[in-house]
Design a protein around this ligand. Sequence first.
Ligand SMILES: *[C@@H]1O[C@H](CO)[C@@H](O)[C@H](O)[C@H]1NC(C)=O
Ligand SMILES: *[C@@H]1O[C@H](CO)[C@@H](O)[C@H](O)[C@H]1NC(C)=O
Ligand SMILES: *[C@@H]1O[C@H](CO)[C@@H](O)[C@H](O)[C@H]1NC(C)=O
Length: 910
Amino acid sequence: MKLVVLAWFVLAVTAVKHELFKTCAQSGFCTRQRHYANHVSTSHYAIDPKSISISTDKVEAQLIKKWPGHSIAFPISIHGIVGNQLRVIIDEDRSSAQGETGLVNPRRYNETGKWAFNGGQVETQAFKSAKVQKNQLVIEYGEHSRAEIDLAQFVINFFYDGELELSVNENNYLNIEHWREEDEADEDGNLMAEELDFDLFSDSFKDSAADSVPVGPESVALDFQFKKHHHLYGIPEHSDQFRLPSTKGGEPFRLYNVDIFEYETSSRLPMYGSIPFVIAPGSSSVGVFWVNAADTWVDIDYNDEGSHTHFMSENGVVDFIVTIEPKVADVNRQYGKVVGNTMLPPLFSLGYHQCRWNYNDEADVLDINSKFDEHGIPYDTIWLDVEYADRKHYFTWQEDKFPNPGRMARKLDRIGRHLVVIIDPHLATGYFASEELIDDGSEMKNSKGETFKGHCWPGESVWVDTLNPKGRAFWAFQYQRFLSNYTTKNVHFWNDMNEPSVFDGPETTAPKDNLHFGNWEHRSIHNIYGLTLHEATYSTINDGDERPFILTRSYYAGSQRTAAMWFGDNLPTWEHLRTSVSMLLTHNVVNYPFVGVDIGGFFGDPSPELLTRWFQTSIFYPFMRQHAHLDTRRREPWVAGGVYTDAMRNAIRLRYSMLPIWYTAFHQSALTGVPVVKPMFYEVNDDAVMEIEDQFFVGDSGIMAKPVMDAGANKVKMYIPQGQHKYIDYTDGDFGSSVKVYQPGTTATIGAPITSIPMVVRQGSAFFRKRRYRRSTRLMAQDPYTLTIVVDDNGNAHGRLYIDDGHSFSYKQGEFLELEVTATASAITVDVVSQDSSDANYSAQLAAMVEIDQIQVVSASGFADVSSVSADSGADTHYVIDGSVMTITAHHPISQSMTLTISRDVVDEL
Ligand SMILES: *[C@@H]1O[C@H](CO)[C@@H](O)[C@H](O)[C@H]1NC(C)=O
Ligand SMILES: *[C@@H]1O[C@H](CO)[C@@H](O)[C@H](O)[C@H]1NC(C)=O
Ligand SMILES: *[C@@H]1O[C@H](CO)[C@@H](O)[C@H](O)[C@H]1NC(C)=O
């Protein structure tokens, strides 16, 4: 049986196996909670007024679940937390379950936050006031917020500046399946009239039938009505459109980290990662974070009032955080105070990554490496998939093929290039690493507390339990030993299959009744396992000196702090290309910008046209990597040849020239949580953009792009948003010979032959680029910057640049530089707004090496009236005016402020 399963996974098949994954109707708790929601009409939950105890930042009480003949108390607590947010936790006192749940910890799992929250916990924030008035508990918090909790109905209304924004449990969907023994459960009256008894103590789905369900039914569910918001986004990972579609009458979205092979588009099936955060932008913006790591389903619906969500989780506590802010970016900023923001990636990792399963040996790696140079294509990182390791035994090499990995790494390092090797959490039984793991006792256990064994790439395997501190120490030791042979610091890691993927497990993953550290069931922690693994890798690799780079496939809220991520095993179709951008935007709005998808599709062979268009789109993936299945043909950028290779080369070079923009955007995102690739509604106030998902802004640069994602297309229709600003054509990062201006509120038709990437710049923007071709980012370090300024009709523009060494943590000691550009009709100033205060060396070094050598100013109305341009430094300033573009040649050290004065002739107005 196991052999059959294995063969089936290795052979290329053509579509996702739906039958592997439960539908809601096949999931006990999803069926039960949906049924409950369809039948409940009055609340069964009320807060006991006598139980309420109020302190400065916390209210505690008993929430009573009541139906004829029954009354069960749940401890509820409401917390003021950092960033003007409110957190609500509903737990269950299960002391009566003590000794009744076998090996399993009888408590409800309440440690999701320990992993998801930055630093393992959230800071509290005192309420402004909290008091009981009539039948309500009223909490004033933050500057503008109020929560009114109806005690008798248990409905929480959230107000901002007096306006109702969100109602929790308005539809009475709150339902907590309390602890009961199997022989009580089906007794008359132990279920409410609204409850079903489907799969309470067992699981009838295929391989899941082995689930011992030791604690019985324990799911939790709750509804959130957004009062003014008609557009919801978030809750990745799904291969679906950006604006969440209604699930009414269909399947809910499922959050359950699984290895989903050859996934489809327009799908609500679970994927590799989960972030249970939904965001509702509008004239005010609301975020809801459902802090739960168990199997979760989410129904979405739109109604006249706004929109509605129904979260259902298999177990754990009810725990959610509500954020309400005027602006959507502020929701990201506040949510980021809980889960953290993206790391500031090492600069090389924003360059291009070349991967396939597999580069076969050292000669192959070095050949690919030099072909990039022969073809004049920059790249930074070459990757090795599972075949490099001896029999897929991680922490080893196939010595005949890679006789000296240290030498290979050194050869790459000489021109600033990097090597990434894959290391997965499954360790084949019968070799040193798995034996050391079992000896250590920190492997994942089965429901009987024995070593869990399952199948994955190398055959029978065991899994490290990185929830266990000993498991993390084991993991660290393996990496340190593996790395001890390298003298260079350019070797990095890729943690794949960490959902975890178990080929012969239920729904391709670990049995839910497996056990982890603390005797928690896998059921309780499933969606955070992947995060615990890649974080263990991160803390191992992090020497406090070089910024680690790690790629993970599985993730949870908080993964953005330590790992980049990609969307797994996609297909080479145009639909998958388009969906990659939708998914990119979804991840960006939940504070996880460092993501991408396999360029060209993981399986199969894309046509040269599709591959080219995919490369052009991928220059807007924060994580830009080509990867492909073992059975595919080679598809490095030079393989297609001719115009295709030229187009791919140009696309990659354009990406490299824009790295200062990407790095500045990442720095901003690391500080504030704002997206790096921004959906249009972050930048413009125009209802027409809410459903646009194939057009976006790059950071704060003012650059808006719409890559070609349709077969045979030779133009795109780009929506130019309403507002004060016009947009200037910037296709391929060039203003062309005659500047094209697009008016707000129109649709621009932009020609896009196979060589072209349609882009525009909003008037009033300024940004920096580095335009020289180099083989890698490291070799670009001393290259000069070009400053581009696109002024508005009054001659004004604004922009920023962030610079540091791009690889170490010295920026945390102040070794960085931030420039602000301000243009008016009469002057251009470049201000050093912050620099290393503690140590003048960094900016002094930069100043000696790096300059701004060109300033390009673009004005729709031209420069006919300019009579001179002079620098305050007195330095010679040459400028050339060509219609709407003025090019100023400069040799200005990057770390010094400067002002250019623009003198204009006074034109008589007749
Ligand atoms: C989880 O619940 C236990 C029992 O109520 C409590 O002692 C503990 O502080 C809680 N842990 C967290 C992280 O909230
Ligand atoms: C280090 O390199 C030597 C020589 O290539 C090899 O025999 C040994 O296994 C390597 N050690 C590790 C931990 O990879
Ligand atoms: C700059 O670096 C030199 C040598 O590394 C050091 O001696 C000096 O103190 C540094 N300057 C400042 C201002 O910190």
